[in-house]
Design a protein around this ligand. Structure first.
Ligand SMILES: NC(=O)c1ccc[n+]([C@@H]2O[C@H](COP(=O)([O-])OP(=O)(O)OC[C@H]3O[C@@H](n4cnc5c(N)ncnc54)[C@H](OP(=O)(O)O)[C@@H]3O)[C@@H](O)[C@H]2O)c1
Length: 345
């Protein structure tokens, strides 16, 4: 197949390209050229341009399938999918489980509510120079991108509502925090409750499924996160411990204490969603954040590699890159400070 990837060089996209090459497909990339050295020695065709202003570079070309990894605004998808009418048979849009109005119920499937913006509100937001977009509109915009894609390429669109993407080259460092922290050993500050369910998916598994989906013309909207069985925070940490051969000991700490210490859910202690999240905003707690229903995708060919493999590869990559600080998680000093205060109370 002849495949166009919009993006394709940082994280998920690089695996889509690698998977496509390993299956013998011809790949063309469109991006601004910030990271293209990774495919310099390959058969990949590089088109350098900004999708917001340089789409004419695609004029007169046809592709069997297109993968769009980097659309965050509806108009980006509108412009691209209009141009692709009659020029491709399959279009994969990388969406997100953030499209849902909340994560209150357990087992959210693809039919759960997905808010969007009215045309007037969209115009107002697009004209507001004080907001860095997509910002707070990330979820609604992703949903509107899905709608735009289906409008212009009806019956040809695969929208993947991905959960947290993890694995080597994850530039957000969220799961990496736990692998690195557990490897360091000693007393590890961990959030109550050990039985909280967590979900994430190896970007390489999503990439493999994207290639399968385009080869078999799979279309529609799919939640895509993992693993295929319920995984608790405690089981995740224990697996990190086995993989990194660590002597770490968990210090399960009450949510109230962590919040009083201004430990931010999801970012300071990645993957942690307090039982009553979002506390300040009231309403019902988001208990379903770790149990999104992905049965539809698993039935359509998505599969997850063993957790150990993801953690081992992530750990190896993190060691190889030799990065001093991470973009997510508590600093060592801050964690030690909180553990010290905890001992005193
Ligand atoms: N990380 C998560 O946990 C998570 C969860 C759910 C969904 N998602 C979604 O997954 C996708 C993540 O993709 P990724 O970063 O892994 O993809 P990627 O394809 O590996 O990297 C992003 C690519 O987009 C290109 N790009 C960015 N802006 C561009 C522009 N204006 N014109 C042309 N190319 C542009 C970048 O290259 P240049 O800079 O060279 O242009 C880069 O190649 C996103 O859509 C995100 O919303 C992520």
């Amino acid at each position: 197949m002849n495949i166009l990837v919009i993006g394709g060089t940082k994280f998920l996209g690089r695996f889509v390209v690698q998977e496509a090459l390993s299956r013998g497909h011809q790949v063309t990339l469109l991006n601004r050229g910030n990271y293209n050295e990774i495919f310099a020695e390959t058969s990949v065709e590089m088109l350098i341009g900004d999708r917001n202003s340089d789409l004419e570079i695609l004029q007169g070309r046809t592709w069997d399938a297109v993968v769009d990894t980097c659309a965050f605004l509806p108009e980006q998808v509108t412009k691209l999918t209009k141009l692709l009418q009659g020029k491709t048979k399959h279009y994969t849009f990388i969406s997100s489980i953030s499209v849902y109005q909340d994560w209150v119920p357990e087992g959210i499937d693809e039919s759960y509510d997905t808010p969007t913006l009215s045309a007037e509100k969209l115009q107002e937001v697009m004209n507001d120079s004080t907001v860095s977009l997509p910002g707070p509109y990330y979820g609604p915009f992703k949903r509107m991108c899905e709608v735009e894609a289906e409008r212009h390429l009806p019956g040809q669109v695969l929208s993947i509502r991905a959960g947290l993407l993890v694995g080597p080259y994850d530039y957000t460092d969220r799961l990496t925090y736990w692998v690195r922290r557990v490897h360091q050993g000693g007393s590890v500050l961990t959030p109550e409750n050990p039985h909280q369910k967590v979900q994430f998916i190896d970007a390489r598994d999503v990439a493999r499924w994207i290639l399968h989906a385009m080869e078999y013309q799979v279309t529609g909207i799919y939640n895509a996160t993992g693993p295929e069985y319920p995984l608790t925070f405690e089981q995740l940490l224990e697996t990190c411990q086995r993989v990194t051969k660590s002597d770490a000991a968990w210090v399960w700490t009450s949510e109230r204490f962590l919040l009083d210490q201004k430990v931010a859910p999801w970012t300071d202690l990645p993957l942690w969603l307090p039982e009553k999240y979002p506390l300040e905003e009231g309403g019902e707690p988001w208990r379903g954040g770790g149990s999104v229903n992905c049965k539809k995708a698993f039935a359509a060919g998505l599969s997850c590699r063993p957790l150990e493999d993801t953690l081992r590869d992530l750990w190896q990559w993190d060691q190889d890159r030799n990065e001093a600080s991470l973009k997510a998680g508590l600093s060592t000093e801050r964690e030690q400070e909180i553990l010290r205060i905890l001992k005193e109370v």
